[in-house]
Write a protein that binds this ligand. Structure first.
Ligand code: PLP
Length: 395
């Protein structure tokens, strides 16, 4: 049988990990969860070396997939890269809606539905599971609202690593099925994702499993960071004026903001950055409330409810990082009603032929709302994130 040639080794430039709250540093190539201060750890790179090595020209020869940005990612050895075929996702222009809303700049959807397991959780888990393999992990566990667990179970199956997940009892059936068929041990809990997180943490402590909860390990954010790098490359290394991101745990928003800092530091983009808009559902909007109150942390949102399950996150451990990115960027946080979410979904489906997931539709609803409230201009280009396949939510 033909064996594909070994992939060339690509240098990585990780220098250390850093506590996002205290700045304390830690050596790379070890397994980490939170910092001793109980905060997320961020991966840091030797940006000077990266600047000398990495270039637009280098990228030109590579396949259009997530791993084209290897030098900006932490996996050291190619044999540990776990792939399910992660394409660069398309940027689709909503021309008809631009005309209808009298918008004079591109309104784009980054369609993350095309990723393995049908959601952008694949980006984070591709990195987390690859790093787990590199660092010798044999079993991973996490709380999930559905898509993260589906991605974890797929990548773990591919890597030969065990997976256990805890999800709210009302998690979409399709996600439960995905997790089970892909071999994960699934626990349905009478509670929300933060309740699930406590059970996952307890099981990890008991069995020595690796806790892969959002921002409680440092690598999912590196995977989500690729959304920002892709966006920059797709737009000719110029960033849009606005990014609307459906915000749950906030990994993607924090990750993209990190990407923009790194891209500027290595000279791939200029200093102009988008305004980051954190979109939440009115029934679960802890980040919006904290943004409006001007505080740095977002207390738990009680009785959280919304049709957009992926952003039903009552408390985010990276709250201060989300709020910092939103404020530094001159952006804002905005809440939309479920009714507006479903109206936006139908509108985009009918007028553009694009079936958004509810979370993606929330960004369209937020865009409309921000436009009518004068918080954004009609001359500003915007990217909306459709983070999962709309097919998962048709019932
Ligand atoms: C997880 C998820 C989100 C939220 O992403 P974060 O980066 O964790 O904030 C939004 N939409 C969908 C469909 C998701 O699965």
């Amino acid at each position: 049988m033909a064996v594909s040639p070994a992939e060339p080794e690509i240098p990585t430039f990780v220098s250390h990990l850093e506590c996002s709250a205290t700045g304390e540093t830690f050596p790379p190539d070890r397994l980490y969860n939170l910092s001793p201060a109980g905060k997320p750890l961020l991966v840091r790179y030797d940006l000077d070396a990266l600047r000398r090595h990495f270039s637009r020209e280098l990228l030109a020869a590579r396949p259009m997939e997530l791993w084209r940005y290897r030098e900006m990612l932490p996996v050291r050895r190619s044999e540990n890269v776990i792939r399910l075929g992660e394409p660069v996702t398309p940027l689709l222009r909503l021309s008809r809606l631009e005309r209808e809303l009298e918008v004079g700049a591109p309104l784009l959807v980054k369609d993350e539905a095309r990723l393995p397991t049908g959601s952008f959780k694949a980006r984070g888990l591709a990195l987390a599971v690859s790093m787990a393999r590199e660092l010798g992990v044999t079993h991973m566990a996490m709380p999930t609202n559905g898509n993260a667990g589906a991605a974890l179970s797929a990548y773990c199956a591919r890597a030969g690593i065990g997976a256990s997940v805890w999800c709210p009892a009302d998690t979409p059936e399709i996600n439960i099925a995905e997790m089970m068929v892909q071999g994960a041990e699934v626990h349905r809990i009478d509670g929300l994702i933060d309740d699930c997180g406590k059970l996952a943490a307890a099981a990890c402590a008991e069995h020595g499993w690796f806790d892969t909860s959002t921002l409680k390990e440092p690598y999912r954010i590196e995977g989500k960071k690729t959304m920002g790098i892709e966006l920059a490359e797709q737009l000719g290394w110029r960033l849009p004026d606005l990014i609307f991101y459906p915000t749950g745990g906030g990994t993607g928003l924090i990750g993209m903001w990190k990407a923009f800092q790194e891209l500027e530091a290595i000279g791939l983009t200029g200093s102009a950055r988008p305004r980051m808009v954190a979109v939440q559902a009115a029934g679960c909007a802890p980040i919006v409330r904290a943004f409006e109150e001007g505080v740095e942390h977002a207390p738990r949102w009680e009785n959280a409810h919304t049709v957009a399950a992926g952003i039903r996150v009552p408390r985010a451990i990276g709250d201060f990082l989300i709020l910092r990115a939103v404020r530094q960027s001159g952006g804002f946080a905005i809440a939309v009603e479920d009714e507006a979410i479903m109206r936006a979904r139908d509108e985009v489906a009918r007028s553009e032929g694009l079936l958004l997931c509810p979370e993606g539709a929330a960004t369209m609803a937020a865009y409309r709302q921000a436009l009518s409230e004068g918080r954004i201009g009609r001359d500003q280009s915007a990217v909306l994130f459709n983070c999962a396949s709309g097919l998962k939510y048709l019932r």
